[in-house]
Design a protein around this ligand. Structure first.
Ligand code: FAD
Length: 389
């Protein structure tokens, strides 16, 4: 039985390990976290609707359920041509026939970034956001700034959706406490039209929502640095803030920098449509780690990561059986997003044909919450999986 090692235990890595086991491979997953962190539902940690535990699923339990081994360690380098992975604690690791890279992405580091918190990095930061928000509520008033930044080298690595979601959820949270008049909420981004990738109608709708809710905006100004009490822009102006959440754009994973893997300008792993790494016979890359090809509006998303993972399991299995019926991911590239607003949601669909959004009142909020429950139960095999999910 061929040995396949998956690096990374996030949304892509877990799906790959499960589907590689379905193809009867001997699978080992290496992760620096003991759990898969379900980022899409972590947006509710700052407002206390979800805990870290709610948003996590044990990799050991997943491994037991599906029959893959799990090693907890940190990947620090990869020399793929020599079939070698360097682990922080266990040293050199060579025990595989195929390698699947699913390490996610690193983040660009803005000047003064230590003065901000994010829901898109270490899970602990989401909890720190909750604590800081609670402290402001105790104080009874404050200024909160929420924003995201770009990566000119790879726009697909920009993560704006959760910034909108956290902002709307914080507004709803303050509204329930009848505190909106005591707080100033500001949304900021260096681009003129944040969210434009999702379509013009989305940008218009978001701007309308900001106006209705009394959220101020600062768009189209580059950020010079973050300071303890705010954000400084290129024209010298400053946005005062007691609490700043900033989602830095993604960049290639740090552990890949000194590897022998082919990397894009932004540091993501170059792959073909079948997720095979360019010029590497036995290495595949999936999810946020990979450089996506396709339309300019493409985005690194969880559902794309899962398609890439399932395709990779199929493609390796087909190859081992001597077949050529490989499946590509590019035709599955679309932005599908249920953007939560705390008391409802906005469904966004962007593909070659559509750039549309649909308002979903309260049921949209519960739909997204239900997806989180579905994710956990279906991955643990407690309920059947829906087609394509
Ligand atoms: C707040 C938020 C909300 C989102 N909402 C949505 C949404 O609504 N819909 C949607 O489709 N997508 C959403 N996304 C995007 C989606 O979560 C990502 O595209 C997806 O998580 C990518 O999966 P991945 O496995 O490639 O990366 P990750 O999920 O980041 O997983 C990477 C894994 O690798 C591990 N790892 C990292 N470095 C190392 C190392 N050196 N050694 C060992 N292990 C390592 C990490 O611990 C992690 O488990 C959201 C993202 C965020 C941050």
């Amino acid at each position: 039985m061929k040995k396949i090692t998956v690096l990374g235990g996030g949304i892509a890595g877990v799906e790959a390990a499960i589907y590689l086991r379905k193809e009867k491979f001997d699978v080992t997953l290496i992760s620096n976290r003991e759990y898969v962190y379900i980022y899409p539902i972590s947006i509710w940690i700052p407002t206390g609707e979800k805990t870290l535990e709610d948003v996590s699923l044990s990799l050991i339990k997943l491994g037991d359920r599906h029959g893959f081994q799990v090693i907890f360690d940190e990947v620090v380098n990869i020399q793929a041509k020599e079939n070698k992975v360097l682990l922080k604690n266990k040293g050199e690791y060579t025990n595989y026939d195929y390698l699947v890279l699913a390490l996610g992405a690193s983040k660009l580091k803005p000047s003064g970034g230590e003065n901000t918190l994010t829901v898109c990095g270490d899970p602990e930061q989401a909890v720190m956001l909750k604590n800081r928000l609670e402290a402001l509520v105790q104080r009874g008033q404050g200024k909160i700034a929420i924003g995201f930044g770009g990566n000119p080298k790879d726009p697909s690595a920009v993560r704006g959706g959760p910034a909108f979601e956290v902002l709307f959820n914080i507004h709803h949270f303050l509204h329930k406490k009848q505190l909106t008049n005591n707080f100033q909420l500001t949304f900021f981004a260096p681009m003129e039209n944040p969210g434009a990738r999702m379509g013009d109608s989305v940008v218009d709708e978001m701007n309308k929502m900001f106006k209705t809710l009394g959220v101020e905006t600062r768009f189209g100004k580059k950020i010079t640095q973050f300071v303890p009490d705010g954000v400084v822009f290129e024209d010298g102006s400053k946005l005062d803030s007691d609490l700043t959440m900033y989602i830095s754009a993604g960049t290639g994973h740090n552990a890949l920098k000194d590897s022998d893997l082919p990397l894009s300008n932004a540091g993501f792993v170059k792959i073909d449509d079948y997720c095979q790494v360019e010029g590497m016979d036995n290495v595949y890359a999936i999810g946020d780690t990979a450089a996506l090809s396709g339309p300019e509006w493409k985005a690194k998303q969880g559902h794309v990561a899962e398609v890439m993972a399932r395709n990779t399991a199929h493609n390796i299995s087909t190859r081992e059986a001597g077949g050529h019926d490989f499946i590509g991911y590019e035709k599955h590239l679309s932005i599908l997003c249920v953007m939560d607003t705390g008391n409802g949601a906005v469904y966004i669909q962007r593909d070659d044909v559509h750039a549309k959004m649909t308002l979903m009142p309260l049921y949209g909020h519960w739909l997204k919450k239900s997806w989180g429950i579905y994710y956990k139960l279906s991955k643990m095999g407690k309920i059947p999986r829906l087609p394509g999910m």
